[in-house]
Structures are given as C-alpha cells and as structure tokens.
Design a protein around this ligand. Structure first.
Ligand code: 6PG
Length: 243
C-alpha cells in the first residue's frame, strides 16, 4: 500500500494539513482509553509540529491524556541549545512542560537508554498487557542521507537494551556524535506514522519511502500496518511519479 500523501505549497499550507491530520487522529484516540503517546523528531520539525498541534480545537488537547516523547535526542542537557526537548520546551507554554516524557540524560549512556526504555514501558504499557510499547502517532523527519530519528545509513545504532526499543549512537555523522534514538522496532510498531519532509535534497528519500525500497533508514522505518502519511513540500515531492 502506498502512503497517504499531502503536498503543500508553503509552510502555512503544511501546518493546516498537519492540523487536519492531528484533529482526525486525536478525535479517534480520545474515544479510546489510555495515554495518547506521540513521538516527535527534532531538526526543523518542532515549530511546524507545535503550530499544527496548537491550531487544533482546545477540546482535543486533553493534556491529562497526551504524552510527548522524543524519537531521538542528542546526548546533551535539556538546557543545551542542541537539545530536541529543550527546543520543544521553548515553544510550549511552560505550564505544559509536564506533557513531555524526558529522556533521563545521565553520565552513563547505556543507563540513559535503559531508563528511557523503562519510561516507555511504564507509560505506554501500564498494564504490561503486551511486549511492545506502541506509539499512537509518530512524527518523523529525515536527512538527505536517508536517516530518520538517529538511525543513520550503515549499522550505527547499537541496540543496548534487553528489549531493543531504544538504541544509542556514538558516531553520528550529524552532530552531535552521541545520541539516543528509538530503534527500528519501536518505529515499526507505531499505530500511525507521518513523515514531514521539505526541500529538494530530500526528494530521493521521499521517493524511496514511496517505493518502500528498504535501502534507507527512512524507508525501512514505515510501520508494519502500513499506516503512513507523508507531508511534503513541492520540492521534496519532485521525484514522485505523477499521481
Ligand atoms: C535530530 C533529528 C533528526 C531530524 C532529521 C531532519 O535530532 O536531528 O530528530 O532525525 O529529524 O535530521 O532534520 P531537519 O529537519 O533539520 O533536516
């Protein structure tokens, strides 16, 4: 099955498309019990995701239910300007800081990954009713090299924990070198995933995702259930066949 695709002419249109997607998904998820687990990327995504989320009707933003996780994080303190969480915290009203589930960055990288995995299991699998913490929604970015989260081409993500939901990367080609990332297993078990991709240098990555060609991390990260939506601008869509 091909992904659902939304091509936008500019950022304003993309925010509207994302808001409509979020509105539909949140309406559905609010009728279901439990925590709504949303994973978000860093890079250029935080402002666009935040604008789209806050454009949704206020009654859909049930902060008792919504929890936001980083799909990847740089191994820096949240006050460091490179921190993905820190970037989101600057965009969100301070009283909503609690909706983020922080990656417990400590001096030991493996312990950091393990503690984050414990948090995922505790919050997304409270009754231990399954073995896989499943995100309700994932918002992924990608690089021109085809990476997504901090899963880079080649075999750089070392899955350090027992269950393999969180990995660490110590030689990231994109700075900073050391990162914590959701593993392919976590990304593939999401109930719905969306990529937000802009710019001509990423057009071939969009094409690889569209073709499901399994050559790049971004195309390998699609969910098992094929519920994948692409939000792309015209430049990023330029290598797609006419639809
Ligand atoms: C990060 C990311 C990363 C990002 C892509 C795209 O920590 O850098 O979460 O996976 O989403 O590299 O970044 P841009 O949107 O800035 O190109």
């Amino acid at each position: 099955m091909r992904p659902e695709i939304h091509v936008s002419g500019d950022d304003v249109e993309m925010v509207t498309q994302l808001k409509n997607y979020l509105t539909k998904r949140l309406k559905y998820l609010l009728d279901m019990p439990g925590t709504i687990g949303i994973g978000v990327s860093g890079g250029s995504m935080p402002p666009i995701f935040t604008k789209a989320l806050f454009a949704c009707d206020a009654d859909l933003l049930n902060w008792r239910r919504i929890r936001i996780f980083m799909v990847d994080e740089r191994y820096v303190d949240k006050d460091d300007e490179q921190s993905n969480l820190g970037t989101y915290l600057k965009l969100f009203p301070p009283e909503l800081a609690y909706v983020f589930v922080p990656i417990p960055i400590c001096n030991d990288l493996s312990l950091t990954a393990r503690l984050y995995e414990d948090n995922l299991r505790r919050i997304l699998l409270p009754e231990q009713s399954g073995t896989s913490p499943r995100f309700d929604l994932l918002f992924l970015g990608c690089g021109p090299d085809g990476h997504t989260a901090s899963l880079f081409p080649g075999d750089r993500a070392e899955h350090v924990t027992e269950y393999g939901w969180v990995g660490v990367v110590q030689d990231s080609p994109k700075p900073p070198k050391t990162r914590i990332t959701l593993s392919f297993a976590s990304l593939k078990f999401a109930k719905h995933s969306a990529f937000i991709i802009t710019g001509a240098p990423k057009a071939h990555v969009v094409r690889a995702i569209w073709d499901r060609d399994n050559t790049l991390p971004a195309s390998m990260a699609r969910p098992y259930n094929d519920r994948l939506t692409l939000f792309v601008d015209e430049a990023a869509a330029k290598s797609l066949p006419s639809r």
